[in-house]
Design a protein around this ligand. Structure first.
Ligand code: BYC
Length: 467
C-alpha cells in the first residue's frame, strides 16, 4: 500500500508514520465510499495526480478509478529564509517540531483547516448527477479527489507531530459530517448544502478562495512542515478557483447572449442575472464569515507566536513592519442610529486584514465577470456584496445592512432578504435548469461551453469513460 502513496516526506524510512497511516487509510476509504462523489466510482476519470515537486512537473495525468486515486503527501521545496520573520519571535530558527507552548493552537489550526477538506467533498457529493458537461464532471471529480488529498496533508501533520492526540483528531475528521445535527463540520459555511452547479461555482470562487488566503497565511508559519504542506496545497487550489470563476463566467455569458437576442433566459431554462447575483451574495457573505471575527485575540496570538502571518507576509515591500505592535485597524459600524469608528489594535485585527486582501481579489473577479456583460453590450452589472452584508460572525454579525453596506431597518431587511438572497423559488428554478449532459463536447443549455479543454485534451474529449 505504501508504494501507492506518492510522497516526498520519506514515508519509506519512517515506520511509525507508516503504521499510523496504514491504520487510518481503510477508514479514509470507507469515508470516501460512504460520502464521496455519488456514482462514477467505477468509471475511468481523466485526473491529475500530484506526484512530486521535481522539475519534471508536479502532476501526472491519467485515467483512474477514483477509489484507486493515489492520494499523496508533499512538502513544497524549502523556503529561502530559515528564520521566523513576523511576530514576537523574529530571528528564531524555523521550527521542525511543535513547540510545547503552541501545541494546542497549532493542533487547532491544523484540525480546522483539515476539517474543511472532507466537508467540501460531502457538500458536493450529489452534483455529478447533474453535470452540465463531461468536462465539468471531470472538474468536479478533480476538485473532490484533491480536497481529499488536502485532508491527507493535514492528517500527515497530525500523525507525525501530535502523537496519540493527532491520531484521534485524524479519526474525528472522518466522523464529523457536513450539515449533521450532532456531528457537524467545524466552520459554518461547510455545513451549508451545495444543491446545484451555480452554488458549486460560487463556492469554488468564494469559499475555495478563502482556502487560498488561509493556506497562504499558514504558508508563512514558523512551523515549517505546516508552511510547506500548505504551500504545496496552493498549487492544486488554483484549479479549484478557476473552475468557479470560469463556471460563473460561462453562466453569465450564456444569459447575456440570450438577453442580447431579446430572449428571456427563463423561457429557455437559463439563469437570470438577478439569481446569479443572489447566489454571489449568499456564498460571498458566508465565505467572509470564514475569516473569523475582525477583532480576535486568537488571531493576535497566532500572529505573535509566528503561527499564521498576513497574506504574502514575506513579500519585500508589502509590509514594512513585521512586529505590528503599535498600529491600529479602523472600521465603521452603524450603532444607535449613527456611524461610529471602531479601533482595533492591529494584531487583534489580523482576520480583518486577511479578509480585506481577500475581498480585493473577489472584487477583481466580479469585474472580470462584468467585462463579459460589457462585451455583450449589456448595461447590467454584478457586484460582490459589502463586507457588512449578511454576516453571522464578527463586528457586523446579525446587523441589518443591505448588499451595498448601508444600514436598513430590521423589518426592511426581513422584507427584502428574498431580493438579496436566493429564495425557495429561485433555488427550485435553478434546480430545474440542472439537466445532466454527458456527451463529449456537448453542454447544458444554461451555460456557455468551455473556451478550452484541460490536461492537454480538447473540449470534446471523453473525460470520463463510463462502465
Ligand atoms: N464558523 O477569534 P475568532 C478551505 C469560531 S477554507 C464557525 O473570531 P479565529 C477550503 C472560532 O473557531 C480555509 N465558527 O476567530 C475551502 C472560535 O471558536 P472557539 C480553512 C467560527 O479563531 C473550500 C470562535 O468562533 N482554513 O481550506 O481567529 C474547500 C472565535 O473565533 C467561524 C482555516 O480556516 C465560522 N465561520 O479565526 C475546501 C485556517 N469563525 O475557539 C477547503 C485555520 C470563527 O471559541 N483556521 N469561528 O471555540 C483559522 O485560522 C481560524 O480558526 C479561523 C477563525 C480563521 C477559522
Amino acid at each position: 500500500m505504501l508504494d501507492r502513496i506518492p510522497n516526498n516526506v520519506d514515508l519509506e524510512g519512517n515506520p511509525k508514520l507508516q503504521r499510523a497511516l496504514l491504520e487510518w487509510q481503510p477508514d479514509f476509504l470507507a469515508w470516501w465510499n460512504e460520502v464521496g462523489p455519488e456514482g462514477f466510482q467505477q468509471d475511468d476519470v481523466y485526473l491529475r495526480t500530484a506526484v512530486g515537486v521535481g522539475q519534471g512537473g508536479w502532476a501526472h495525468w491519467e485515467f483512474v478509478k477514483m477509489p484507486e486515486y493515489r492520494w499523496g503527501i508533499f512538502l513544497a521545496n524549502p523556503r529561502k529564509i530559515d528564520t521566523v520573520y513576523f511576530g514576537d519571535r523574529i530571528g528564531e530558527k524555523l521550527w521542525d517540531r511543535v513547540p510545547g507552548e503552541f501545541r494546542k493552537e497549532l493542533r487547532r489550526l491544523i484540525v480546522t483547516q483539515g476539517d474543511t477538506e472532507p466537508a467540501s467533498v460531502e457538500q458536493q457529493r450529489l452534483l455529478g448527477q447533474t453535470a452540465p458537461s463531461l468536462q465539468d464532471l471531470r472538474a468536479l471529480l478533480q476538485v473532490n479527489v484533491e480536497e481529499a488529498r488536502h485532508l491527507w496533508a493535514m492528517v500527515y501533520l497530525l500523525h507525525s507531530y501530535f502523537g496519540a492526540d493527532g491520531r484521534d483528531e485524524a479519526e474525528q475528521m472522518l466522523e464529523r459530517r457536513s450539515g449533521h445535527a450532532d456531528r457537524p463540520r467545524i466552520l459554518a459555511a461547510f455545513n451549508l448544502p451545495i444543491r446545484d452547479w451555480l452554488a458549486f461555482f460560487c463556492f469554488t470562487t468564494f469559499t475555495d478562495r478563502d482556502g487560498k488566503f488561509q493556506l497562504a497565511s499558514l504558508a508563512e508559519s514558523a512551523f515549517d512542515p505546516l508552511a510547506r504542506s500548505t504551500q504545496f496545497m496552493l498549487m492544486e487550489e488554483a484549479f479549484h478557483m478557476a473552475t468557479g470563476e470560469t463556471g460563473v463566467a460561462r453562466t453569465v455569458r450564456r444569459t447575456a447572449e440570450l438577453m442580447r437576442q431579446g430572449v428571456d433566459p427563463r423561457s429557455v431554462g437559463a439563469i437570470p442575472l438577478e439569481i446569479v447575483q443572489k447566489y454571489i451574495n449568499e456564498w460571498s457573505s458566508a465565505s467572509n464569515d470564514l475569516f473569523g471575527g475582525e477583532d480576535s485575540t486568537n488571531a493576535a496570538n497566532y500572529f505573535a507566536a509566528g503561527l499564521k502571518g498576513r497574506f504574502n507576509e514575506n513579500d519585500p515591500g508589502k509590509y514594512g513592519d513585521h512586529r505590528v505592535l503599535d498600529a491600529v485597524y479602523e472600521s465603521q459600524v452603524f450603532q444607535d442610529g449613527h456611524w461610529s469608528t471602531v479601533s482595533i489594535p492591529m494584531r487583534r485585527a489580523m482576520n480583518a486584514v486577511l479578509l480585506d486582501s481577500y475581498h480585493e481579489e473577489c472584487a477583481r473577479i466580479v469585474e472580470r465577470w462584468n467585462s463579459g456583460l460589457e462585451e455583450a453590450g449589456l448595461s447590467e452589472r454584478l457586484s460582490a456584496p459589502s463586507l457588512r452584508f449578511n454576516r453571522r460572525v464578527g463586528l457586523y454579525a446579525g446587523q441589518p445592512y443591505d448588499p451595498a453596506g448601508e444600514p436598513v431597518a430590521e423589518a426592511d431587511w426581513r422584507a427584502k432578504a428574498g431580493q438579496w438572497l436566493p429564495s425557495t423559488e429561485d433555488r427550485e428554478y435553478v434546480r430545474q435548469c440542472m439537466l445532466p449532459v454527458l456527451e463529449p463536447g456537448k453542454v447544458a443549455n444554461w451555460i456557455a461551453p468551455h473556451a478550452k479543454g484541460v490536461g492537454g485534451k480538447p473540449t470534446d474529449f471523453q473525460y470520463v469513460q463510463f462502465h
